[in-house]
Design a protein around this ligand. Structure first.
Ligand code: FMN
Length: 406
């Protein structure tokens, strides 16, 4: 054989090798995409296979994976069509349904589009602090599996205002995104001026958020909850309102105040006094954050972990407090009800206690993404079965039932 012939043979073998690799890569990629597509439709797979495996991982690792799955749109796209009785007005917008994801899941606004795919009617990102900070040392999240609850002491781990702002701006520039996104504002651990941190939050996010949340109720930042005290709260809300008035935007971004479930009735009365003043009003309340109480989980070996407890052990207290705030405000201030919601029935209870909207977090960790559609379907049929035509019809219809028994 001469040299040319050898070269030709080598070239042919090389070409064939490349074609074969190309074929394998293409076939592999097609199989992965087809698998993922089919997988996305196999919602049951999440409940029976993915969620139990995810729960074997440390809680914070699972949390990161879940955020990544939403970020890269690898979670199932909900096929559930929201019934018209779930459509709910929200400060000039119309939510397709009143079920939102609570703060703390998507702290840095990375997963908003994926969370919309799951079927949430609105999304709250944060808590965001002005400057990036790491939060508390790990481990700082614990699953109390027997109680389907969580204790967390993340301590406002945040990428900071600017990183979150960039992501939200990008989202707003996309033509296919018209979702309702709230931004939950916090303060840095070692700030010299806590009020200034919130004021800065209003200025930075006012122009891009559909609502803002003043979070003074997380139990994991020293001194934070003291800002719920009458005088401090009055000053904080006055400055927050001034900052909003100074925004160079046409719309007035609604401001919500997120409360702790550990407040006494007197504390709540003080808060209502503050938010009724014309200098320090809020447009809505979020009831509630996590609790430092360990009622209902006393026998759990993880109960002694420091941090805020969420999930079913918090449910009754949060519903009771919704009813209390609904009564104290005469039903005039919309409430987002959150704490232990794991079914459409739970959501219905929050609404008849006085909530206009409902948020979920901990149950999603245990049940997986199909939970959102399950809650909506059950809530929708309860509304109809009980003779109502919309979520709004139900708000506060049974608030007295949930008030503390004398
Ligand atoms: C792991 C974890 C992190 C949380 N982080 C925040 C947060 O950053 N800001 C906030 O306002 N609430 C945060 N929360 C509280 C939730 O938003 C919600 O108020 C509380 O968990 C009650 O709802 P649930 O029982 O459905 O979880 C967090 C909750 C959990 C479980």
């Amino acid at each position: 054989m001469d040299q040319d012939h050898l070269n030709n043979a080598a070239r042919k073998t090389w070409k064939f090798g490349r074609l074969r690799s190309l074929f394998i890569v293409t076939a592999g990629a097609t199989a992965v995409v087809a698998g993922l597509t089919a997988y996305k439709k196999q919602e049951q797979m999440f409940r029976t296979f993915v969620m139990p495996v995810v729960r074997l991982l440390p809680a914070e690792t699972s949390h990161h994976l879940a955020v990544l799955a939403c970020k890269y749109r690898m979670c199932p796209v909900s096929q559930y069509q929201d019934d018209i009785n779930l459509h709910t007005p929200f400060f000039g917008r119309l939510l397709s349904n009143p079920i939102g994801i609570a703060a703390g899941f998507d702290k840095n606004a990375e997963a908003v589009s994926g969370l919309r795919d799951l079927g949430f009617g609105f999304i709250e990102v944060g808590t965001v602090t002005p400057v990036a900070q790491e939060g508390n040392p790990k481990p700082r999240v614990f699953r109390l599996s027997n109680d389907r609850a969580i204790i967390n002491r993340y301590g406002f781990n945040s990428e900071g205002h600017q990183a979150v702002l960039q992501r939200l701006r990008l989202l707003r520039s996309r033509e296919d995104f018209n979702g309702v996104v709230g931004v939950n504002l916090g303060r840095n651990k070692s700030t010299m001026s806590p009020i200034a941190d919130y004021v800065q939050g209003v200025r930075v996010f006012g122009p891009v958020a559909d609502y803002l949340v003043i979070n003074v109720s997380s139990p994991n930042t020293k001194g934070l909850r003291d800002m719920q005290n009458k005088d401090k709260l009055a000053e904080l809300l006055e400055q927050v309102n001034n900052a909003r008035s100074g925004l160079d935007t046409n719309k007035k971004v609604p401001i919500f105040l997120k409360l702790s479930p550990d407040l006494s009735l007197d504390d709540m009365k003080d808060i209502v006094w503050v938010i009724k003043r014309k200098q320090s009003p809020v447009d809505g309340l979020i009831v509630s954050n996590t609790t430092v109480s360990r009622k209902n989980v006393e026998s759990n070996e993880l109960a002694s972990q420091e941090g805020g407890l969420s999930g079913p052990p918090l449910k009754a207290r949060s519903t009771e407090m919704i009813a209390q705030m609904y009564e104290l405000t005469g039903g005039k201030i919309p409430i987002i009800g959150v704490g232990g919601v794991a079914s459409g029935y739970d959501a219905y209870e929050k609404i008849e206690a006085g909530a206009s909207y409902v948020q979920v977090y901990t149950a999603l960790v245990y049940e997986g993404p199909n939970l959102v559609a399950d809650i909506k379907a059950e809530l929708s049929s309860l509304i109809t079965q009980l003779g109502h035509t919309s979520v709004q019809d139900v708000v506060g219809t049974n608030s007295k039932f949930y008030l503390p028994k004398k």
